[in-house]
Design a protein around this ligand. Sequence first.
Ligand code: DGL
Length: 264
Amino acid sequence: MDARPILFFDSGVGGLSIVGPTRAAMPNAPFVYAADSAGFPYGVKSAGEIAARVPALLGRLAERYRPRLIVIACNTASTIALPAVRAALDLPVVGTVPAIKPAAALSTTRVIGVLGTEATVAQRYVDDLSARFAGDCLVIRHGSAELVELAEQKLRGRRVEPERYAAVLDGLFGRPGGERIDVVVNACTHFPLVEAELAAAAPRPMRFIDGGEGIARRIAALCGDASRPERAPPGVAVFTRLGDGERELAPALAARGFPTIEAL
Ligand code: DGL
């Protein structure tokens, strides 16, 4: 029996959108949720800063929690640092990449919106995914640090004015061709946490998609059913800085199976 946890990593609460489908696929697996609150937000940092920070941090987390697998539940960190993390750690590492391929398969108008952080939407990696899987589509990208913050607020139980979601979406729909977008890729793990709010604020009905389900299937396949303990022990959430802002997340974390909060 393999009781080592699966460790999810993000700058903030975004990785919880990957925890959800993974929990559904592997209800008994032990989880650790790690948030680099001292480095939050990643989306406005340079690629160099993220590449320097993430592999070292994951090394420390791996030493402390001895996971059987690490999930970089953050598009920004994955698109920039995944190869370096894999090279540095002797563990399976699953990344998170923008769901452009399934979006292209769904779009009938052939106009796709990609909503991510500024850092993610500027990556060559996104150019490559668009060229490979959505070559016949117009791919309109928008980076929003604001939307990351709105998701953080929501999970702290704070009220967010609906107009703020509409203002973020205007960055996509207000662009040339934006009126024909029929599928939006949530290319930041924070964004599925506010998908209902985004759908309500959108100017017309449309699909929002993300990689959560596919990543959960990949994790379950890599771990294998036979290695699960009978019942999952309570999960641990660990922060690189633990202050009042992080403690405000306690109810949301407990509701998702992480009743214990600690500092790295
Ligand atoms: N959740 C992260 C992502 O998927 C980024 C949030 C941030 O800007 O720190 O890109």
